[in-house]
Design a protein around this ligand. Structure first.
Ligand code: IPE
Ligand code: IPE
Ligand code: MG
Length: 241
């Protein structure tokens, strides 16, 4: 990627639906959890690449509110993997200047995981090189419901008038409060749907769907997708001269 591309891409917010771990494992006759484990390696590779490629915000979908429907073995394995990865990677993330943040309904997660989230968010709070957000027990509709409840409570208690409810006020009540909206959403594994990922925030995002399975999504593929994004024209409803 040349410098002109890098300049054009500075400050990007890229969101990724990391899909295809199970199929990757199945194709190799391995248990699904091995696919998730390989996926963690690809995520580390992508995180390392972001600052060089002009990506300042990275948001990844790791576990949806719908993923509880999977086998107990898979769910338990994923939760253990999240906890392990936070403990193992904390020092490296700190070294790379990554600020960590988690979105989703934490109340549905174990106290151990909740404490690890709070610990690493606090540890990395002053970092600015890459703002990384991980969606765990995240569902876009669930997020909007929780935001709506908070807004209704403020109105009921007389702290807010209904006519003060605006787009920016809604945004400020979402888990992503303070984050810019994603510029680009990437989904791996060939599925062409959003699966309840950031429905409010992606209203005007570009989408890129790649057939590559997440455990095979390496830096080269990431660069290819970002380059394609750089060639797009974003009009936001207007007409270009
Ligand atoms: C995405 O990979 C990771 C999670 C949802 C946790 P999948 O596990 O959905 O992989 P496929 O779609 O079954 O291949
Ligand atoms: C979306 O992938 C959730 C994550 C990547 C964490 P899924 O594999 O769960 O989505 P569906 O079921 O194919 O829509
Ligand atoms: Mg999937």
């Amino acid at each position: 990627m040349n410098t002109a591309d890098n300049r054009a891409l500075r400050g990007l917010h890229v969101a990724i639906i990391m899909d295809g771990n199970g199929r990757w494992a199945k194709g190799r006759g391995l248990p699904r959890l091995m696919g998730h484990r390989e996926g963690v390696h690809r995520l580390k590779e992508v995180v390392r690449a972001c600052p060089d490629l002009g990506v300042q915000f990275l948001t990844v979908y790791a576990f949806s509110t719908e993923n509880w429907r999977r086998s107990r073995r898979e769910v338990t394995g994923l939760m253990a993997m999240f906890a392990r990865s936070i403990r193992r990677e904390a020092r490296e993330l700190q070294k790379q200047g990554v600020r960590m943040r988690f979105i989703g309904d934490r109340s549905g997660l174990s106290p151990v995981l909740q404490n690890l989230f709070a610990w690493i968010e606090d540890l990395t709070a002053d970092n600015t090189r890459l703002h990384m957000t991980v969606a765990i027990n995240y569902g876009g509709r669930d997020e909007i419901v929780r935001a709506t409840r908070a807004i209704c409570a403020a109105v009921a208690e007389g702290r807010l008038r209904p006519d003060e409810v605006s787009e920016s006020l809604v945004s400020d009540h979402l888990d992503t409060q303070g984050l810019p909206d994603p510029d680009l959403v990437i989904r791996t594994s060939g599925e062409v749907r959003s699966s309840n990922f950031l429905p409010w925030q992606t209203a005007y995002s570009e989408y890129e769907f790649t057939p590559v399975l997440w455990p095979e999504f390496d830096r080269t593929e990431f660069e290819r997708v970002l380059h394609g994004y750089g060639l797009r024209e974003r009009r936001f409803g207007a007409v270009t001269a």
